[in-house]
Design a protein around this ligand. Structure first.
Ligand SMILES: N[C@@H](Cc1c[nH]cn1)C(=O)NCC(=O)O
Length: 467
């Protein structure tokens, strides 16, 4: 019988199985990334965290990635040692980070912490539990970002020339299921168990399952290696320092990176504060308030593959990014208007934000693969993520500080565990305007990217599927 499939990746079922295996761990990783977001007020009442403490802890995700250049090293490890090794390493790091985070928020750490350099105060008094939880989140962030670039590279390897954008979109979408679950399960879990750390324990369990599932992917990927070697297909994966210079010389790469950091700075940190925004602005209890931001990843998880598939078949990647950035600004500006405090408006705006949050990622990540050759892709994704992590780290810090300095609108007494506790109220107008500004500059870079593509012919406006 004539041989139909040259390698495993030519077998459709195998490609999609690989996607499922890689994506499950993505779901677990994204769950823990946002699992504390609906618990901002609970952290205030149970651990005495201010908005600044919460912002400080949230910024932890990027500390090691940014300052220790862990993301850049992750890219090098990925391009040098491959997706299987890097994937396993990243999951182990995530588990270690999750454990530290669990330790910090489960009542083992008390008191406050401050840091001085001579007479200069580096860190104002901050809840020690927020500092240790931030350290755990920083370790987890290294693993999570390492896994993100590994998953992207694995998917590109298995899907290039096929349904690449759809596959990347579906992989991201599975991550969004994790984010959606993180929006509405933590509060019920804490209520049920009486422990603030319950969602983190669930994440630890999920990550261990993700580890086992990723090992299965490793078996298939190794088989593909062998088949490609036998067929004389070489994967020129070796990392060279020159790669960083080559990538850095590419103007389109910097436009897409700038768009990435600005766009995501207006989305991921927004998610971290969104539950509290809904509580404060729309007067809903935090048990239900998390359901509204959950609509954001929900709509994104349905629409990201749709836009990915559109991009595969029809092209228009750069235009999709422009439109997505415009929608982002529209939503944040409307959120900033104090009189627009009707719950239906909140639901509508979050859903439109979900559309923007589908459009930009579904076009952005496959576009990187069109601008940068595959053998440098691990390093390229790592460099984009590294810049993006400045935003993921810096913006929550900024918003937390702005809230405590300029946005306190009052205090209310709430009954928590049988005790009356004073809870601070915030007005979110200034934070929403800050998010809108990031979106405004993102639009500019989306246009610059479109223009550069028209000049250099990267094919961002062309379909991905080879006919
Ligand atoms: N670098 C990641 C950041 C992230 C957020 N949640 C988990 N990881 C990223 O940008 N991933 C791509 C995406 O669109 O989620």
């Amino acid at each position: 019988m004539e041989q139909i499939h040259k390698t495993l990746r030519d077998a459709k079922g195998m490609r999609w199985l690989v996607l499922i295996l890689v994506s499950f761990t993505m779901l677990c990783a994204y769950y823990l990334t946002d699992a504390m977001a609906p618990l901002q007020e609970r952290c205030q009442t149970s651990l005495s965290w201010s908005a600044t403490d919460y912002g400080f802890f949230t910024s932890g995700y990027g500390w090691f990635n940014v300052f220790l250049l862990m993301l850049v090293f992750s890219g090098m490890i990925l391009d040098k040692l491959g997706v299987r090794f890097t994937g396993v390493l990243s999951i182990i790091i995530m588990i270690a980070g999750a454990f530290v985070k669990y330790w910090a928020i489960s009542g083992h750490v008390d008191g406050t912490f401050e840091m001085h350099l001579g007479s200069y105060q580096l860190l104002a008094p901050t809840a020690k539990s927020a500092v240790v939880a931030g350290l755990g989140f920083a370790i987890f962030g290294v693993g999570c970002e390492m896994f993100g670039i590994t998953a992207n590279k694995a998917v590109v390897r298995w899907f290039r020339g096929k349904e690449m954008a759809l596959a990347i979109g579906l992989n991201t979408s599975t991550g969004r299921i994790g984010t959606a679950l993180a929006m509405f399960t933590p509060v019920p879990l804490v209520n049920m168990t009486g422990h603030l750390s319950a969602p983190v324990i669930l994440s630890l369990l999920l990550l261990c399952i993700g580890f086992l599932i990723f090992l299965l992917f490793g078996v298939l990927d190794k088989k593909l290696d062998k088949e490609e070697a036998a067929a004389g297909i070489s994967s020129d994966d070796e990392f060279k320092f020159r790669d960083i210079i080559d990538i850095a010389k590419n103007k389109a790469f910097w436009y897409i990176t700038a768009l990435c950091v600005l766009f995501y700075s207006a989305v991921f940190p927004f998610i971290k504060f969104a539950t509290n925004l809904i509580v404060q602005k729309f007067g809903i209890s935090d048990t239900f308030a998390g359901y509204i931001p959950a609509l954001l990843p929900f709509s994104a998880l349905l629409l990201t593959p749709l836009f990915g598939s559109m991009y595969d078949r029809r092209g228009r990647g750069a235009s999709i990014m422009v439109l997505g950035s415009l929608l982002l600004v529209f939503v944040h500006l409307l959120f900033s208007i104090p009189s627009l405090n009707n719950l239906y408006i909140a639901v509508g705006l979050v859903m439109v934000l979900g559309v923007a949050f589908s459009m930009v990622p579904s076009a952005m990540w496959p576009s990187v693969a069109k601008i940068i050759p595959e053998n440098k892709l691990g390093t390229a994704y790592a460099m984009v993520f590294w810049v993006q992590n400045w935003g993921i780290m810096g913006v929550p810090l900024l918003i937390g500080n702005v809230l405590d300095k300029y946005c306190i609108s009052g205090h209310v007494q709430k009954m928590v565990d049988g005790k009356m506790i004073e809870v601070t109220q915030y007005n979110y107008t200034i934070p929403m305007l800050i998010f809108a500004c990031f979106g405004g500059v993102a639009i500019l870079f989306a246009f610059l990217l479109k223009h550069e593509d028209a000049k250099k012919g990267y094919g961002l406006e062309r379909p991905n599927i080879n006919k």
